[in-house]
Design a protein around this ligand. Sequence first.
Ligand code: ZN
Length: 306
Amino acid sequence: MLMSGKDVVAPAHRYGFAVPAFNISDYGMLCAALSACEEVRSPMIVSIHPAEWELMGDEFLASVKALASASSVPVAIQLDHGATVHQVAAALRLGFTSVMIDGSLLPYEENVGLTQEVVNLAHLVGVSVEGEIGTIGPRDPQDAEALKDIIYTTPSEAAAFVEATGVDYLAIAVGTAHGVYPPGVAPELKLDLISEIDAAVGVPLVLHGGSGAVDEEVSEAVTRGIAKVNISADMKTAYFAKLREVLQDPKHREPHDIYPPALEVVKDVVKHKAGVVRSAGGANYYDYTPAGLQVPQWRGAPVLEH
Ligand SMILES: [Zn+2]
């Protein structure tokens, strides 16, 4: 069932689990992630970063929407790390049901202004918005030193940001970085900070950089208010490692011989992550209210009630 991001995340927030958001950039990953979530009854978010969108093209969204709509579990389609209003508008036109606007590197007031503009636009058509405050660490940090660049989210700033912008959920910086960590380095989540931010803001919190973090810490973060966990590197690393292994055999030529073993590995990672974020079985908490995005708005102006 295709739903708005807010509708997918709300039950997770209420019942103490997190919805895994998997970065998807090809058709095989899409099918594997969805079918794995169906097997364990986990809701999921198909997360598409602008670089992934550029790779796959607008037409890919037709497949994502068709499979999400047909899925037996709640699914939202999110623009990951949207950078501009223009990019968000293009995503709304294509049928994304959630957009992230990442103004975290801007000065605070500019981040608020940009995020407000996106919220005003997206909420007109029932699409949910994720904002970000604080800076999540660099992509593929080279050493432990690089992780020191993280600017942690403060509870008071998070509360003020949510109040000023009206975002539906908030990405916070609590110790993780994007991508893959150097050998021997694991991020240390500031679990108490998550609890403090959760107490200060009313909206679900989002953890980026969910790959490479210690499973137990992520599970604990979920009990403290994280209701969406972004996962990319762990799934892709396993996928392509298996493809490399299969392709060691030069006689392989047919995609139907090459891809299935690698997609099984993707499914294994997805199911494992669903366990970590406590979303396995979570689909049972939804009443499957449609997102309303496909329903014509013929009764006057769109309703602004977000
Ligand atoms: Zn991210």
